[in-house]
Design a protein around this ligand. Structure first.
Ligand SMILES: Cc1cc2nc3c(=O)[nH]c(=O)nc-3n(C[C@H](O)[C@H](O)[C@H](O)COP(=O)(O)OP(=O)(O)OC[C@H]3O[C@@H](n4cnc5c(N)ncnc54)[C@H](O)[C@@H]3O)c2cc1C
Length: 458
């Protein structure tokens, strides 16, 4: 079994050690084959077996269920999705965007419902999300965002403005100019969710083959080193590692997100910080940061923002990496009470960014290929909706989900290197420069803001 020490808090706090399942060693035939045992693959399997008991589903996983982003994320189960704001801003697509938004809200509750039904104890707590305005520019942006959402059909019970004193009643951070409160978000333990989900699909008869990297996906066939898995439909659910499949190097860009977690904090420290309802928190900077109060009383906190040439996905970044130092600096600036507090875990993982900056699910009936993913960094709830929708598409069942704008064509390919690296670096730099200007109290460049928005379509 590989060493999991560097994989962070969630793997260190699983109730049971990870026992690897058997690998695929001889050719097999099933109705649906899935590559990747993260949330996307597992939710797809879950709903396939719910809709059609007796269907033969097999999953091949390069490492073990939950090895990917699903076992390492920030644990925000949030009713939101990359690219949604851009969809909503287009009058021709506004109605679809609102339906998608509501479906994502429902996905948050659906994750909670399934966990209760299947006995998955993932510490699900729906306390909402607080995005604090650290400076006036962030305040103006957040207020404009709330106004835009309300104009598009959301209500005060979905998202509302908290004045500084209301914000301080929930979370106490020195730079508080008020906050956005978004009701549709739960904090959870991501690895408990993905491991519990894998056990739930196995109970429904799904076969999971671990330590079985797929080399290629061919029409109606998954090719592995030892065997071929044939199926009417083959689902690609490989997210940040999609480049490991033959011919898929430019499908999704892996952007690395870095996380840290403290030891359990004292009651006194929590009194200074707040977050009594386990609200997830961030501020409104462009290079996203995200945090949660864990069920065992720690702060887990992270930030996106590293791309490696050639879409490389390293096993780990050194603990001394400047990216971790940056994350720890930002966390300390949120909560001075943490200064001097030991960081117990540091880990990272790739989020997958499509060129269109929008997730997609779909099925190509001619080749039998299906796909789900491209969530950027918002896949915990979105993958539930994606898997549920994909199961319906595969079985040819129409529902209120199968006409959502989440259903779309395969991801357009990214540019070849070095253009890809140059483009992604440029956008990251612009984002960091805009954030730094705003946090220093200067006005961010309008042109820079427009360029950033255009590229990330957020
Ligand atoms: C550090 C971090 C923090 C995040 N925080 C949040 C958050 O707070 N909220 C949120 O909504 N989202 C967050 N995300 C994103 C979220 O975790 C992902 O969008 C989601 O887990 C994607 O699930 P998935 O199943 O599509 O992909 P993954 O969980 O990455 O699963 C893909 C699986 O495919 C396997 N695989 C890949 N290639 C092959 C192959 N060739 N053969 C066989 N198997 C293969 C991998 O081993 C992996 O297990 C975060 C991500 C990271 C990395």
């Amino acid at each position: 079994m590989r060493d999991l020490a560097h994989m962070g808090l969630w793997f260190a706090t699983l109730p049971r050690p990870i026992e690897p399942r058997a690998a695929l060693e001889r050719d097999e035939r099933v109705d649906v084959a899935i590559v990747g045992a993260g949330y996307s693959g597992l939710w797809t399997a879950y709903y396939l077996t719910a809709l059609e008991p007796g269907i033969r589903v097999a999953i091949v996983e390069a490492e073990f269920a939950g090895f990917g982003a699903s076992g390492r994320n920030g644990g925000w189960c949030v009713g939101s999705m990359a690219g949604l704001d851009a969809l909503g801003a287009d009058p021709a697509r506004r109605e679809g965007a609102l339906r998608l938004q509501r479906a994502l809200f429902d996905a948050v509750d659906e994750v909670g419902r399934v966990c209760t039904r299947e006995g998955i104890d993932c510490h699900f707590a729906k306390g909402g999300w607080i995005s604090v305005a650290s400076v006036a520019a962030q305040r103006d942006r957040l207020r404009a965002e709330i106004a835009e959402w309300h104009a598009q059909g959301l209500g005060e019970s979905d998202a509302r403005w908290l004045e500084p004193e209301e914000c301080a009643a929930r979370v106490r951070t020195p730079r508080n100019q008020g906050a956005l409160f978004f009701a549709h978000c739960a904090a959870l333990h991501p690895a408990r969710l993905v491991r519990g989900l894998a056990e739930a699909v196995e109970r429904r008869g799904v076969a999971i083959f671990e330590r079985t990297p797929a080399l290629a996906i061919e029409p109606r066939c998954v090719v592995t080193r030892a065997a071929r898995l044939r199926a009417d439909r083959v689902v690609r659910a490989t997210e940040g590692w999609s480049g490991s499949l033959r011919g898929e190097a430019r499908r999704l860009v892996p952007m690395h997100s870095m996380m840290v977690a403290t030891e359990p904090l004292s009651e006194g420290t929590w009194k200074e910080i707040g977050l009594e309802r386990r609200e997830t928190f961030s501020d409104a900077r462009r290079i996203v940061v995200y945090g949660q109060r864990t069920a065992d009383g720690r702060l887990a906190f992270g930030s996106r923002g590293r791309y490696l040439f050639g879409s490389a996905v390293p096993e780990r970044f050194p603990e001394t990496s400047r990216d971790y130092a940056r994350v720890e600096r930002i966390l300390a600036s949120f909560f001075p009470a943490l200064r001097g507090c030991a960081i117990a875990h540091r880990w990272s993982g790739p989020v997958a960014v499509p060129r269109s900056w929008r997730p997609s699910v779909g099925v190509d009936r001619a080749s039998g290929l299906a796909w789900a993913g491209g969530y950027v960094g918002e896949g915990v709830a979105a993958s539930n909706l994606a898997g549920r929708t994909l199961a319906e598409l595969i079985l040819g069942r129409e529902s209120e989900r199968t006409s959502l704008p989440l259903v779309g064509p395969p991801f357009p390919r990214w540019e070849p290197e070095p253009l890809r690296w140059l483009g992604v670096q440029a956008v990251l730099r612009v984002g960091q420069w805009l954030d730094a200007s705003e946090l220093a109290g200067r006005r961010a460049s309008r042109l820079g803001s427009a360029v950033f928005r255009r590229f990330v379509r957020a």
